[in-house]
Design a protein around this ligand. Sequence first.
Ligand code: NCN
Ligand code: DMD
Length: 348
Amino acid sequence: MVEKGRFKLPLLSNELDAEIQHKIDMKTKPQGSLGRLETLAAQVARIQQTLSPCTDSAMHLVFAADHGVCEEGVSPFPQEVTAQMVLNFLQGGAAINVFCRHNKVGLKVINAGVKTPLPEHPDLVSCPVAPGTRNFAQESAMSADEVAQCLQKGAEMVDFWAADAQVLSLGEMGIGNTTTAAALLAALLDIPAQDIVGAGTGASPEMQVHKAQVIQAALERHQTHQQAPLDVLQSVGGLEIAMMTGAFLRGAALKKLLVVDGFIATSAWMVAYQLCPTILDYTVFAHQSHEQGHQRILSQLEITPLLALDMRLGEGTGAIAAIPLIRLATAFFNEMASFDDAGVSQSA
Ligand SMILES: O=C(O)c1ccc[n+]([C@@H]2O[C@H](COP(=O)([O-])O)[C@@H](O)[C@H]2O)c1
Ligand SMILES: Cc1cc2nc[nH]c2cc1C
């Protein structure tokens, strides 16, 4: 098992905090009137330790993999859709392609473990650790070595593709992965499966009951309540999710703003958070998924995401939908006139 010491993140310095807040408060506006944009600007300035923060360069990585638990009939879609959607990403036709193009965000797709062979393509990085996970209803989804490889490769993807990006967002594609994410989050946060399971790509109420039963039985089989976060990841996680955990940790270590999308991305982030709570300082939750479990988890953590658009697509679309807000935050911080600059009187 990968040793936990590896995942230490330095605490962000608070040396500039007072100056950052002063710069925000001296802008020509009533104090606090730009609301969440103010906290967001302050967060980016703290991460970058500068009074001129920049969010121009953003990179989005979509991790794709198959899930053995699909054998249990937990998704309305066949597993082949994972590979078919990867091909769609490579042709530029998926929602995430459109979202990234319109926001000038770089995009790479990473094959973390798709069963179907995929073609070579400049936008596809092939580093499958296994041809999908094993069915966690029957056995561990991954071996300890596979988890370690995923964490490592996720980190390497950030080093290679996002080295210069100030903003890092992650997305995923994997039929069955709402079951995997629900299992992970139920185990990590000790929530009954039925309280966290949702429709995913459109599971009927009956299928959702079945999903919850599959998950609850698996948590008992693997005794996840006695497991450390990486062991839970090994028991019921996914290859793309484990790579995302490694990528989030590396992104924070490189002092990037981490933009977290919906339910599945949150499950990957949660593993990172339990290993290394300091990651919260580097994180902004972009979008609250329509997946019912997501709201429960975010409120348990007392986190209000930037957006709640009822989206439940995945691919990291919720993260990219928030990029304009993130850029607005640094733009007002850098460009707005101060009371002194503009000769505007301050409140008494
Ligand atoms: O991220 C979310 O909040 C989200 C919510 C519902 C579905 N998805 C996407 O739907 C797929 C998994 O759904 P399912 O029903 O096959 O488990 C996977 O490719 C995800 O990207 C994603
Ligand atoms: C069509 C389709 C697109 C997706 N994008 C992310 N998950 C998805 C699941 C399906 C089924």
